[in-house]
Design a protein around this ligand. Structure first.
Ligand code: HEC
Length: 153
């Protein structure tokens, strides 16, 4: 089959959602490293992620309204100070996390602590928003590098 036709067919199959599991794995790869997690590890990681989004919404709303208190609290809630000894952290998870993951995660947490501080000190929303954008580069970077896969039972 010539390549052009192959590509067209592939695109068509993708749209129709009829690729086999193996093909999806190839196309879904995006060059991201898969982290094989057990169900409780995966549930923990993804819960943290949803909490990030929830807090960012509160931070942005607080900054937009000039209502600092909820924004400071939401940023601090995602920071390192409050999360470094989380008793819910699965004991098996730490050993699975690559160094680069830990760097992204650590900068994210420290960034939220610094953001809480910046919101309490700043006169307007501009500087805190800039900092939030810097923090979110870690979200973008980690998402470009990793995905979660199910560990083989
Ligand atoms: C250290 C790596 C890392 C960092 C930092 C990170 N994420 Fe994630 N996030 C992931 C991975 C991996 C997934 C799973 C993606 C997949 O399997 O396709 C994920 C998934 C998510 C999901 C989907 C949750 C679900 O229930 O399916 C959301 C939402 C999310 N991240 C938001 C964020 C936000 C917002 C930030 C930054 C404040 C962030 N993440 C920072 C690695 C990270």
């Amino acid at each position: 089959m010539n390549t052009k036709l192959g590509l067209l067919l592939r695109a068509g199959l993708l749209c129709a959602g009829t690729l086999s599991a193996e093909e999806v794995a190839i196309d879904d790869g995006n060059g991201r490293t898969a982290l094989a997690l057990t169900p409780p590890e995966k549930a923990y990681v993804l819960l943290q992620m949803r909490q990030f989004v929830e807090s960012i919404q509160i931070i942005v709303a607080g900054l937009a309204d000039g209502d600092k208190a909820p924004a400071i609290e939401a940023a601090a809630a995602r920071g390192l100070k409050r999360n470094q000894n989380d008793p819910a952290f699965p004991s098996t998870l730490g050993a699975k996390l690559p160094q680069e993951w830990k760097q992204f995660g650590g900068s994210t947490r420290k960034g939220f602590d610094a953001l809480a501080d910046a919101i309490s000190k700043s006169e307007d929303a501009k500087q805190p928003l800039k900092q939030l954008s810097e923090v979110m580069k870690n979200c973008v970077g980690c998402h470009a590098s990793y995905r979660v896969a199910d560990a083989k039972p």
